[in-house]
Design a protein around this ligand. Structure first.
Ligand SMILES: *Cc1c(COP(=O)(O)O)cnc(C)c1O
Length: 392
């Protein structure tokens, strides 16, 4: 990203943040639907292979112009030197942990189910030392850092309780011990939060969510300095976790509307959160944009918007909340987020189903909690749908 790019707003970077110019004048890099690229001479091939010249070579390596254009744009959105794309969020995280987690990984607070499974079950099989702390146990981080852990990882806001962690403070703590701070920024999106600007070292996104935004693609991305991303490249190449050029082009197209979409997600979620806060059948609303919410002040300080995700505790039992979820008509029951359509999940029957009720309670997740991903529908229609589902 040039200095001129850094002065520009997020939408401008999303639309003009790639340097390639198409020979036929197309405003965007077309889909190079090819696996391999030809050369006139071996010397030209070696220039690309050894990184002296940028060009297509082999798509699994990431050496494909459609992938370059996407990565340049993504890097610009997080003010990063570099971005590598992957075929899923989990592929991005796996490559990050295998590259930078060899001296131990500390995960703080609740994290995506697949991430916790990878950290608690798969990576230890390879001899990696992993520690998953609840948000309330974050005080143990100092001892882990003293003990040599060199990668701190977390999500903020968290799923599904929307807890907010102080990125600046955690970056300072990690750096004081020579450790790195990596943030899964999926819930916030770069529109609402840019962790690298707050001192984090690596940012990861499941691009399947807000970056893609239409529930029609699966992809992931890591962003950071060239020095930190460089060693990830060979892992991605040899784990073979490159997205197809078609997916890369679809994601590039989605990014052009990222800022307008996320602003609307924010506005919709704020309206729904405020309506739910006054609803007689709702016991509690979890949304960082509500002034009474515990993480509100911190979120206001480090975020640019409060996001499209919120959770509600329905008054009554887990079965009562299930009945509400089943009565929703516009808001679909589905386990993802960040798309144009609103979705609902009940953590105790989906993301946290494998845990005991006690374990969920320790994480602050009640059985009567519903998590909402607010889409781009008219907020009044979403509130009306919730009203009819809550009316017994
Ligand atoms: C969905 C998600 C992931 C995993 O991403 P995939 O693209 O499904 O592999 C990781 N972290 C968070 C916060 C997510 O929501």
């Amino acid at each position: 990203m040039t200095d001129e790019d850094k002065q520009r707003g997020l939408s401008t970077r999303a639309i003009h943040g790639h340097s390639s110019r198409d020979a036929y004048g197309s405003p965007y890099t077309p889909i190079y639907n090819t696996t391999t690229f030809g050369f006139d001479a071996t010397a030209d091939l070696l220039d690309v292979m050894d990184g002296r010249k940028r060009g297509g070579l082999y798509t699994r390596y990431g050496l494909n112009p459609t992938i370059f254009a996407l990565e340049e744009t993504l890097a610009g959105l997080e003010s990063a030197e570099a971005a590598w794309v992957f075929c899923s969020g989990m592929a991005a995280l796996s490559a990050l942990f295998l590259t930078h987690g060899r001296h131990g990984i500390a995960c703080i607070g609740d994290a995506y189910g697949g991430t916790l499974e990878l950290l608690e079950q798969q990576l230890p099989q390879l001899g990696l030392r992993t520690h998953c702390l609840l948000g309330s146990e974050a005080g143990q981080l100092d001892a882990l850092l003293d003990d040599g852990v060199r990668l701190v990882f977390l999500e903020t806001p968290t799923n599904p309780t929307l807890d907010i962690a102080d990125i600046r403070a955690l970056a300072a703590k990690a750096h004081a011990h020579g450790a790195l701070l990596a943030i899964d920024n999926t819930f916030a999106s770069p529109v609402n939060q840019r962790p690298l600007e707050l001192g984090a070292d690596v940012v990861m996104h499941s691009a399947t969510k807000y970056l893609g935004g239409h529930s029609d693609l699966t992809a992931g991305v890591l962003m950071g300095s060239k020095a930190l991303l460089e060693p990830v490249w060979n892992w991605r190449k040899n784990l073979g976790s490159m997205p197809a050029p078609e997916t890369a082009a679809l994601l590039s197209r989605s990014l052009r509307t990222l800022e307008v979409r996320v602003r609307q997600h924010n506005a919709g979620a704020q309206a729904v959160a405020e309506a739910m806060q006054c609803h007689p059948r709702i016991a509690r609303v979890y949304y960082p944009g509500l002034p009474g919410f515990p993480g509100h002040e911190l979120a206001a300080a480090q975020m640019h918007g409060f996001g499209g995700m919120l959770s509600i505790d329905v008054k009554g039992s887990g079965a009562d909340a299930t009945a509400v979820a089943d009565r929703l008509r516009l808001i679909r029951l589905a386990p993802s987020l960040g798309g144009v359509e609103s979705l609902v999940t009940q953590p105790c029957t989906t993301t946290h189903h494998g845990q005991t009720a006690d374990e969920r309670a320790r994480r602050g997740i009640s059985d009567s909690m519903l998590r909402l991903s607010i889409g781009l529908e008219d907020p009044s229609d979403l509130i009306a749908d919730l009203d009819q589902a809550l009316h017994t």
